[in-house]
Design a protein around this ligand. Structure first.
Ligand SMILES: [Zn+2]
Length: 329
């Protein structure tokens, strides 16, 4: 087996980071470990699973939707959308608009890893002409048939096949890069899909944050392995984005609720979407409610790590493709 290389800076020297990590969803048996890149600090799952194994790591219920069979869970999903997911998506759309710095009206946006399209709907409402891409066929069908949003079935390696070069003004990828084996290739393919002057916006959990340090091996982004293959840092992402050719690289904090939710979930295990909406019983629902309350309690911590300490736990990599008329915008 070849020696591991960092998915961000291609460094080949590592220290142990986390040992004996179990899947928080209980979907993939066994224990695994993360290494830490000496050069950029990013975490790397070791050994890295083969590409063909990855789809099997995802349970049927994985991303949020308000469509449930009915009854209590349907009501719970509606409440979650009202108090947590809806505000979070709208805040993320504002961050996208701020980063792009111009009117979205008529501009083409691709969301890679769109899941069931809840965020995509908000981006469309803001004025973008949106397209989604996801590897889960049932998610894409839902986006296409129920939300009436253009979407394609495909993995990140299908990007060049599905979309001609310079197709989009904006490419977004919310919590995607930590799931892929070849981060640098994905950044390069998104670069190719962007028009000159277009923006790539990638939201990621950050391993160089206070939250990551505080929770250690219990951090939800660690126990999300083996679906999470890496734990990026700002330094590693910057190196990877520069290598792909981007300019104006900077980071913005993600929506505060999206930083607080993972903190709460790191404390209350078993309160996941998969547990609750994938056949969970009363205990899972009770834990979900406790997790919801803790989310709001964790908001001050998230504000502190973002604003006072500059150690954001959930950030958006903002990187522009050179060229275009952005200078005049
Ligand atoms: Zn590295």
């Amino acid at each position: 087996m070849s020696a591991p290389a960092c998915l961000y800076c291609v460094g080949t020297e590592f220290d142990p980071l986390h040992e004996g990590v179990r899947d928080r969803l209980g979907h993939v048996p066994g224990k695994r470990r993360f290494l830490r890149c000496r050069a950029c600090g990013a975490g790397l799952l070791d050994p890295l699973p083969a590409e063909a194994e990855l789809p099997g790591f995802y349970p049927p219920v994985y991303s949020f939707t308000t469509e449930h069979a009915g009854g209590l869970k349907s009501l719970l999903a509606k409440i979650e959308h009202r108090v947590f997911f809806g505000p979070q998506y709208r805040e993320q759309v504002r961050r996208v608009l701020d980063a792009c710095g111009r009117s979205p009206r008529g501009r083409r946006l691709l969301d890679v890893g769109c899941g069931k399209g809840m965020r995509l709907t908000e981006l469309k409402r803001a004025g973008f002409r949106v397209t989604g891409l996801d590897f889960q066929p049932e998610a894409v069908r839902y986006v296409h048939e129920t939300l009436h949003v253009e979407a394609e079935i495909g993995g990140t390696d299908d990007l060049p096949k599905l979309f001609p070069p310079e197709s989009f003004d904006v490419v977004t990828a919310f919590y995607l890069l930590e799931h892929v084996r070849d981060v640098r290739r994905v950044l390069a393919d998104c670069f190719a899909a962007l028009k000159p002057g277009g923006w790539f916006l990638g939201a990621v959990p950050l391993a160089d944050s206070i939250q990551a340090k505080l929770f250690g091996k219990r951090w939800i982004h660690v126990t999300e392995a083996p679906r999470h293959l890496s734990l990026p840092t700002r330094k590693g992402l910057r190196i990877a984005a520069e290598a792909a050719g981007y300019e104006a690289i900077h980071f913005r904090p993600d929506a505060m609720l999206n930083a607080a939710g993972p903190a709460a979930s790191s404390i209350v295990s078993g309160a996941t979407l998969t547990h609750v909406y994938g056949g969970g019983k009363w205990l899972a629902i009770a834990k979900r409610l406790l997790g919801g309350a803790l989310t709001f309690a964790a908001l001050p911590l998230c504000h502190l790590e973002h604003a006072a300490c500059d150690r954001m736990s959930h950030g958006i990599l903002c990187a522009r493709k050179p060229g275009g008329d952005h200078a005049a915008a």
